[in-house]
Design a binder for this molecule. Structure first.
Ligand SMILES: Cc1cc2nc3c(=O)[nH]c(=O)nc-3n(C[C@H](O)[C@H](O)[C@H](O)COP(=O)(O)OP(=O)(O)OC[C@H]3O[C@@H](n4cnc5c(N)ncnc54)[C@H](O)[C@@H]3O)c2cc1C
Length: 335
């Protein structure tokens, strides 16, 4: 079987590794026009924490994606490869002065090893009059490390990589038996999908090696320590395509994060990153058969629209996409 994966972000690479586990003898090729630092995946803080509204096609499938994804990341976390792959365990607090529901997350409360209500004493850990809070233990996958690690593993498994922009999936007809579409935000044009919209995000990377816990506050405020820096966020600008760092967002992020953890006031700013989260409700993981006139049928498994939760969910949707590939291939080989 010849499989072509379009996309080399966290979704494409994670899927490539999953497919290789299932089809050792398949020829798997990644085709992409952007890699590593040029992808949205590189911008992510990488914390395993889906938004409560994240959706697959059904509640049952959504939950399975989350459980499979956590198990996958956690398996790598337990190996000697964990730090090379950029995966670590982290604990943190989420506080709110608005509503208890903001501090709860039914998608992961029974998946993470710890998710509990914060005590009265814990509500006073950070400045502010926090009324509600939760303490949790989760994972971080830092894409600055994970993408090169996964890429190296893919190539050492015999996978091939083409640096190329795909203008239409039909151009790939004949080269591959099955195409996996992991093009993130670009699927909007490639699939003419009006449901896929960008949610612009901006984060600051600061130097604060002393900070070991994650903190969330109201109004999209988050502080997530990674391997080489701490991520401060954030913002969510619906349907904004602006890739420029905004000085207003920088000031607002600094102010909100520093009032949550005042020690950050002295942290040196290392970098500002902007990315467009590929938001789609539901996230699209499904098969499509496209008729190419006078040629035949192009078989595609789409996998895009993970919004702000692509690092969290990648292994879950990749496993589901691999099952779809199996169904397509079984049908194909019977022809
Ligand atoms: C500020 C911010 C913070 C975030 N924090 C988190 C977080 O803490 N946790 C979390 O789970 N998620 C987080 N996310 C979300 C996460 O980054 C995305 O969901 C994820 O990166 C999407 O991955 P992807 O592989 O679909 O897309 P991308 O990383 O954008 O990769 C798309 C790939 O497709 C290729 N491609 C596209 N079109 C073509 C074409 N026509 N031809 C060839 N190649 C093509 C590109 O070259 C690229 O390789 C965050 C996002 C942002 C912006």
């Amino acid at each position: 079987m010849k499989i072509g994966i379009v996309g080399s972000g966290v979704i494409g690479l994670t899927t490539a590794l999953e497919l290789h586990k299932e089809y050792r003898n398949a020829s798997i090729t990644i085709i992409a026009d952007k890699f590593d630092k040029e992808t949205v995946s590189y911008v992510a803080a990488g914390i395993f924490r889906p938004g409560t509204a994240f959706s697959g096609p059904t509640e049952e499938i959504t939950k399975k994606w989350i459980v499979d994804a956590y198990d996958h990341w956690n398996e790598i976390r337990k190996t000697s490869e964990a730090s090379k792959a950029g995966i670590t365990e982290i604990s943190g607090y989420i506080f709110s002065s608005i509503s208890e529901s903001i501090t709860r997350n039914p998608l992961i409360e029974d998946v993470l090893p710890v998710y509990r209500r914060a005590t009265e004493e814990e509500l006073k850990i950070c400045p502010g009059s926090w009324k509600y809070g939760s303490f949790f233990t989760t994972l971080v996958t830092e894409c600055a490390l994970y993408l090169p690690w996964a890429s190296k593993k893919f190539e050492s498994n015999g996978g091939k990589v083409f640096h190329k922009k795909v203008n239409s999936f039909s151009d790939l007809y004949g080269d591959y038996d099955i195409i996996i579409n992991c093009t993130g935000m670009n699927a909007k044009q490639l699939c003419n999908d009006r449901k896929l919209v960008p949610i612009r995000g901006q984060i600051l990377k600061v130097d604060a090696p002393w900070l070991k816990m994650a903190y969330y506050g109201d109004y999209d405020t988050y502080i997530v320590p990674g391997f080489s820096s701490v991520t401060l966020g954030g913002c969510r600008n619906f349907e904004s395509y602006d890739m420029n760092p905004s000085p207003h967002d920088t000031a607002a992020i600094k102010e909100r994060c520093e009032s949550l953890v005042p020690g950050l006031k002295t942290a040196k700013l290392k970098e500002i990153r902007v990315g467009l989260r590929p938001h789609r409700d539901p996230c699209r993981v499904e098969t499509e058969f496209i008729d190419i006139p006078n040629k035949g049928v192009l078989r595609i498994v789409h996998q895009y629209g993970h919004g702000g939760y692509g690092v969290t969910t990648a292994p879950g949707t990749a496993k589901y996409a691999t099952k779809l590939v199996k169904d397509v291939w079984t049908g194909y080989s019977r022809l």
